[in-house]
Design a binder for this molecule. Structure first.
Ligand code: 13P
Ligand code: SF4
Length: 418
């Protein structure tokens, strides 16, 4: 894996989140997401809290951290596998054995049953998924426990259970002659293990941005409607592309009775969308696309399906982070591509494709602030702890939740395009 040094060095005025321009240790000390927020699991005993990283790992020059990480990985050999999401910083990606989108990383967790430890450089729900899919004795470590996902936090178990009870009551009298369930729950991978387990228990399934259409087809073959959470945009964009009219996609606001809908609207619905979104992807706008087209006639615009529907409609293509990467690789020398996704990935694609013009649609620097919490200092600490026989920040999903969640994840892994 080549290392490209593109650390974000934004001035506060250039960053969408001014906290991101803070010194890494000042930033790391800020409250973040993670256990207790994006999941109901307890904080692991002895876990290092944000900002509590041992001082010997703070303020260490990048080159020294790089060498220490490499040395620890060499000492551990096959005992450890490091997984890195595309949105990670380059200094972290440089050490990953697998780099991919959330679907590919879930699969990668299955490919190394021999490794004692999986160090997940991503966010909390991804590490939970790796724990659920990996062998019981394997330890999954999340280098910084504050690396969560604000979107995942927008759907909590209590609100989803409450929604489900209301829907069950509403659809109780429905004729069932077609053999279909009244509603099938579908959770985006960006959700807590508890919600994946909920789907497992209620005939539902998990999806990622790379297989959402296949998963919705799976669900429509089994149910009259889908309850899709937490990302309204992925749900809406995918269902619309499959021909579901917008009027049949009511939004569920968990703070209102019946989610703020009439019983008729819910009865007529095909996809009930949870009121969740990604704060990074909601920044992309049609105006940015118009500007890119005016400045670069012939530009190809590719966006992530977590972007709002008008943005996806105005783009030339949309897809998961891996689809975006492949589209850039497939472009011809001299092509211009405007990308609507997280800045670390866009910058890396630009550096790896110097013969193409690649830029982010959003002129303001906008990384995913929780992915960004995996500073190489945390990775060095995790790996050196493993060398010393410790396994810090272990993400351990309880057995009952893991077993139910595995049902929904395996349905996803087995679902095939029709
Ligand atoms: P991918 O599944 O495309 O990797 O997306 C994950 C994510 O969190 C995007 O915001
Ligand atoms: Fe969550 Fe958005 Fe970050 Fe993806 S980019 S991990 S959806 S906050």
């Amino acid at each position: 894996m080549t290392s490209v040094n593109l650390t974000i060095t934004a001035r506060p005025s250039e960053a969408c989140d001014t906290d991101l321009a803070k010194d890494p240790w000042e930033f790391a000390a800020l409250a973040g997401y993670g256990p207790g927020a994006s999941s109901a699991d307890p904080i692991p005993r002895g876990a290092v809290r944000p900002g509590g990283l041992p001082p010997e790992y703070q303020g260490v020059p990048d080159a020294e951290l790089h060498a220490r990480i490499q040395a620890a990985k060499t000492a551990l050999g096959d005992r450890v596998v490091v997984l890195g999401h595309f949105y990670q910083r380059d200094e972290v990606v440089a050490h990953a054995d697998f780099v991919g989108d959330s679907y590919q990383l879930a699969q990668a967790a299955l490919t190394r049953p021999d490794a004692e430890a999986i160090v997940f450089c991503g966010v909390h729900f991804m590490a939970e998924t790796a724990d659920i899919l990996s062998a019981p004795e394997q330890k999954v470590l999340l280098p910084n426990l504050a690396a969560g996902c604000s979107m995942a936090d927008m759907a909590d178990s209590d609100s989803v259970e409450d929604c489900w009870e209301q829907l069950e009551e509403l659809f109780a009298g429905e004729a069932a002659g077609d053999g279909l369930a009244p509603v099938i729950p579908v959770t985006y991978m960006n959700s807590s293990a508890a919600l994946k387990a909920f789907c497992g228990r209620h005939g539902g399934i998990v999806c990622t941005s790379s297989n959402a259409k296949t998963v919705l087809e799976w669900a429509f073959a089994r149910g009259r409607r889908v309850l899709f959470f937490p990302d309204q945009h992925l749900g809406r964009n995918t269902a619309k592309a499959m021909g579901v009219p917008l009027e049949q996609m009511p939004m569920w606001n968990p703070r209102q009775p019946l989610g703020g809908n009439t019983p008729e609207a819910l009865r007529e619905s095909r996809v009930i969308l949870w009121h969740g979104f990604c704060s990074v992807h909601k920044r992309f706008t049609v105006e940015q696309i118009d500007r890119a087209r005016a400045e670069y006639p012939g530009v190809k615009v590719i966006v992530h399906p977590e972007c709002p529907m008008p943005v996806v409609d105005a783009a030339d293509a949309s897809g998961s982070t891996d689809v975006i990467r492949k589209a850039v690789d497939a472009a011809a020398p001299g092509d211009v591509l405007a990308i609507g996704t997280e800045i670390n990935l866009v910058n890396r694609l630009a550096a790896e494709n110097p013969d193409k013009t690649i830029f982010c649609l959003d002129p303001v620097i906008c990384p995913c602030s929780t992915m960004y919490r995996i500073h190489p200092g945390y990775l060095a600490w995790c790996l050196e702890s493993l060398v010393a026989g410790e396994a810090p920040n272990r993400i351990l999903v309880d057995a009952r939740t893991a077993s139910d969640a595995r049902v929904a994840l395996e349905r996803m892994l087995q679902a095939r395009p029709s």
